[in-house]
Design a protein around this ligand. Structure first.
Ligand code: SF4
Length: 237
């Protein structure tokens, strides 16, 4: 008899537990998160699609969902910051810091619904494209819609339940983020679901954020959100 495979989230947690204890810097965090991302993509592809699953409408230049609040986690945002530090030049970094400051002042404390109603563009959005597309948060990577018109309408009439996102992919990335946070806490690091702009503001503010987080300091506490939207979304596909 073939032994049953562990559920995706449990297998990912085992993998993370073995690796996270040895991580020492931003480059290693980036490599770890990349591996988790690859496993989430693979898992989403392995899950059986429903017969009536529509094709996805997401394409370069379509940025409706980049005006919604993004949920993330400490490991994802530190991996993202490492990538930005490696691949942006000095003037791009300055522009990004300015955009983070501005969007934080516009969005601080807004609920998910009020955030969407305020039409605040993600600070990583530039000329309709994500500055860090390859390493964007799992919330963004998992969020693929079958109907761009519904996404556009949701910008002025916010109803996340109406957006026909690919539920298999979305759930794979939600599970991956949960595993990142669960194992972080188990390994003595502070973790919670974070709001992206606030978390970026924290991680871009100082060189020692990664070291402090690895030492167990709750450096991202100010970016934690009480009501992650993943708990309320109800993907239809
Ligand atoms: S991180 Fe990138 S994909 Fe996600 S909301 Fe921001 S610009 Fe869009």
């Amino acid at each position: 008899m073939t032994p049953r495979r562990k559920p995706f989230g449990a297998a990912l947690a085992d993998f993370l537990a073995a690796r996270l204890a040895h991580v020492q810097n931003g480059a290693e965090i980036s490599a770890l998160v990349s591996e988790v991302r690859a496993r989430a993509v693979e898992h989403a592809g392995e899950l059986r699609p429903s017969l009536d699953e529509p094709p996805m409408a997401c394409a370069a230049g379509c940025d409706h969902c980049c005006h919604l609040r993004v949920d993330t986690s400490p490991l994802e945002v530190m991996a993202l910051a490492w990538w930005l530090d490696q691949f942006l030049d000095a003037s791009e970094k300055t522009r990004l810091r300015d955009r983070v400051e501005l969007t934080l002042s516009e969005s601080r404390g807004l609920s998910e619904e009020k955030f969407a109603a305020a039409h605040i563009a993600c600070p990583l959005l530039a000329n309709g494209r994500c500055t860090a597309y390859e390493v964007r948060p799992f919330d963004c990577q998992g969020y693929m819609s079958a109907d761009a018109r519904v996404c556009e309408q949701a910008r002025s009439n916010y109803d996340i339940q109406a957006i026909p996102i690919n539920g298999r992919r979305y759930k794979a990335f939600v599970e991956a983020r949960r595993a990142l946070n669960r194992v972080s806490i188990r390994e003595g690091r502070d973790a919670a679901v974070l709001e992206l702009i606030s978390a970026l503001h924290i991680v871009l503010a100082g060189d020692d954020v990664v070291a402090r987080w690895l030492a167990g300091e709750p450096v991202f506490a100010g970016a934690a959100i009480d009501a992650p939207h993943s708990a309320r979304r109800n993907p239809r596909t």
